[in-house]
Every structure is written in C-alpha cells, then in structure tokens.
Ligand binder design. Structure first.
Ligand SMILES: *Cc1c(COP(=O)(O)O)cnc(C)c1O
Length: 363
C-alpha cells in the first residue's frame, strides 16, 4: 500500500522527545520557546506563538485581532472545514468567496464585491501548498482597511515573490498535523510582525493570563491552546528537515508534471510564476466519471489517494446558510479533484506505478 501521506519521523525526533521526558518539563517549557524562535526566523517574522493545533491557531489569530460577533470575514468556499469553523468560534460570519479554478485559491477578482461595512478581514488559504495571490489581496485589504489572516496549514516553506508564506498580512496560521509538510503530532503556530498580536495570542492561549504588578493574573476570557515541550521538540527536528522534505515533494511533482502533461483528460497543477508551491498535495483534475474509474484502479493497486475536498464549505449543514449564487467554481472543482501521493517517503518505483495506474484509469 502506498499511503497518501506519511510523516517522516527519525531517530532525531525520538531522541529529542526522550530528552524532554527525562527533563521532567513536559508542558510549555524551553523547547516551545526554542521552536517558536526557530520558526519565526525561518519564516522571517519577529514573533511566533506555538499552539495546540492549526485550528486553535486560526481561532487565536481571529480573537487576537478582536474579531467577534457581527463581524464578517471573507474566506474561500473551498478549504478544510476548520478555516470556516474558526470564524464561527468567534461569533463572526464567514462570507464565502469563490475560487480561481486554475489555482484553487481565492479568486481575488471576486473579493471586493463581498465587502460590506461589517467586513473585518480577508482569510486566504494557501491550498495544497500554493500561495494565494497575495499582492491583490494586500491591496484590497489596504484600500478597505481590512486585516489579512493567512491559513498556511498546507504551506510551510512556500514562497510568494521570493518571500516566505507567514511573513505577509497581519497574522499567519500553520498546522503540524501528521499529514502536513512537517509535523509535531498535533500542533500549530501563529506568525506575525505585530507585538500586540503576539502578546494577545500568548495571553489568550493561556487562560487570558497577563503579567501584572501582582504576578500573573487572568485579565480576559482565555483558553488552553498551548503546545507541549514534547511536541515542540519534534517540531524543532522537523523544521531542520523541512526544506529537504519540500525539495523531495517538488521533485516528485516535477516527475508527475512531465509524465501526466500529455495524458488526455488530466489537468495537472498550475503554478503561479511568482510562487513556490510546496505540494502539500499533488492534486489533479479529471471529469467525475473518470475520477470514479481512477479511484477503482487506485483501490485495486493499493495506491492511496484523497479527495480534498469532496464538497465546498457552503454545502456542509452548519455552513449552508452562508451559501450564495457566485460559488460555482468551488462546486465544480470539488467534483473533479483527486490528490495522489507526493510525500517525501515515495520511491521512484512508487511514482512509476502511480503514473501507470493513472494512464490505465483514464484510457
Ligand atoms: C489541517 C488544516 C487546518 C487545521 O489544522 P489542524 O492542526 O488539523 O487543526 C486548517 N486549515 C487547513 C487548510 C488545513 O489543511
């Protein structure tokens, strides 16, 4: 069986966790601090705050900007469910924007007409590892005085105009779930250049704690969204390997690009000229009937695959009330995408087997 995703954890991670366990300092300690400092440096920002997951990173990012009841956040209608849920956690309203069917990211031409006097932020997702088209997003945000919160749960190490994702906008959110480009088991990270946002996120993730003249006091409603030192120790080792992991993903993607380009009925991933795509997923597009045939063959041959995502967000029961007319691209794309294994654990013979299976499937 060739899995669709496979975390690569080596002796370095095992040793690092064992060291933390021996140290007796298991919750947020020196490893969390070190991981935050290394991650901020890698991304090229002043501050990073480690969290318990990508979902809690998104929730904290929104809360740290003061987004709450009555506020609207513009978000693509094609993403993982957590992107929209985090907006609901705050009591705010997700305003769905359609996607560009070429990049699968938010269609920047459709953002402005969704802006109302309640809009507080734009929340682009860098889906599958390709950056959203940030230049027009930043321009729209500036013109209308909106925050930009990025969902980089799939885009560790991706770049836009030669700069790392995580260094654009007001705040960026990462996930370290085992299927992502790097992992800590469960875990997440917020990156920002704003001291205020970083301090607020740090307080909110730790029961609203703040240092006062009396010591630590609970100054606001907060949560426990902290990362543990075991997780951070894994993260430090994974971060050292991230560029290598991404290089392997890109190399696998290039192989697929070349082999699948001429195969009729298959649309390979489009990459923007000014973007470094890090292929959290290698996602192809085929007509629905052919997708069913492909799935049959993948199952027969023991090839893992994933449909990310089978539905646009506004098709889910608790999000249906936010649906509107102009979301057709996300609806069509959901019927036609299928992701094939691209992770760094693949061998050349796996890639060949997968390409042969696809050729057979679309014949
Ligand atoms: C994985 C993911 C999340 C959530 O991250 P968790 O760590 O699983 O909570 C959010 N958004 C996107 C786009 C994701 O892929």
């Amino acid at each position: 069986m060739i899995p669709i995703a496979k975390p690569l954890v080596g002796d370095e991670e095992k040793r690092a966790v064992a060291d933390v366990l021996s140290s007796g300092m298991l919750a947020s300690g020196p490893k969390v601090k070190e991981f935050e400092e290394r991650f901020a440096k890698y991304v090229g920002v002043k501050y990073a705050v480690a969290t318990s997951s990508g979902t809690t990173a998104l929730h904290l990012a929104l809360l740290s900007l003061g987004i709450g009841k009555g506020d609207e956040v513009i978000v693509p209608s094609f993403s993982f469910i957590a992107t929209a849920n985090a907006i609901l956690f705050c009591g705010a309203k997700p305003v769905f924007c359609d996607i560009d069917p070429k990049t699968y990211n938010i269609d920047t031409d459709k953002i402005e007409k969704l802006i109302t006097n309640r809009t507080k932020a734009i929340l682009p997702v860098h889906l599958y590892g390709q950056p959203a088209d940030l230049k027009p997003i930043m321009e729209i945000a500036e013109k209308h005085n909106l925050y930009v919160i990025g969902d980089a749960a799939q885009a560790h190490g991706a770049e836009y105009d030669g700069k790392k994702i995580g260094s654009f906008g007001d705040v960026e959110c990462f996930s370290f779930y085992p299927t992502k480009n790097m992992t800590t088991g469960e875990g997440g990270m917020i990156t920002t250049n704003s001291k205020d946002i970083a301090e607020m996120a740090r307080s909110l993730e730790n029961h609203g704690r703040e240092k006062t003249q009396w010591g630590y006091e609970h100054m606001r409603l907060g949560y426990n969204y902290r990362m543990t030192d075991m997780e951070a120790a894994i993260g430090i080792e994974q971060l050292k390997k991230l560029d290598r992991f991404n290089d392997a993903r890109i190399k696998n993607a290039r192989f697929y690009d070349e082999e699948l380009e001429e195969v009729e009925g298959i649309v390979t991933p489009y990459v923007m000229e000014n973007a470094k795509h890090v292929y959290h997923q290698y996602t192809i597009r085929v007509k629905r009937k052919k997708r069913e045939k492909l799935i049959e063959i993948f199952k027969k041959k023991g090839i893992g695959y994933g449909i990310y995502y089978p539905k646009p967000l506004h098709f889910y029961p608790h999000l249906r009330k936010f649906a509107h007319e102009d979301l057709k691209n996300s609806e069509n794309v959901a019927d036609e995408v299928i992701s094939i294994p691209v992770h760094p654990g693949l061998k050349e013979e796996d890639l060949v087997l997968i390409v042969d299976a696809i050729r057979e499937g679309v014949r």
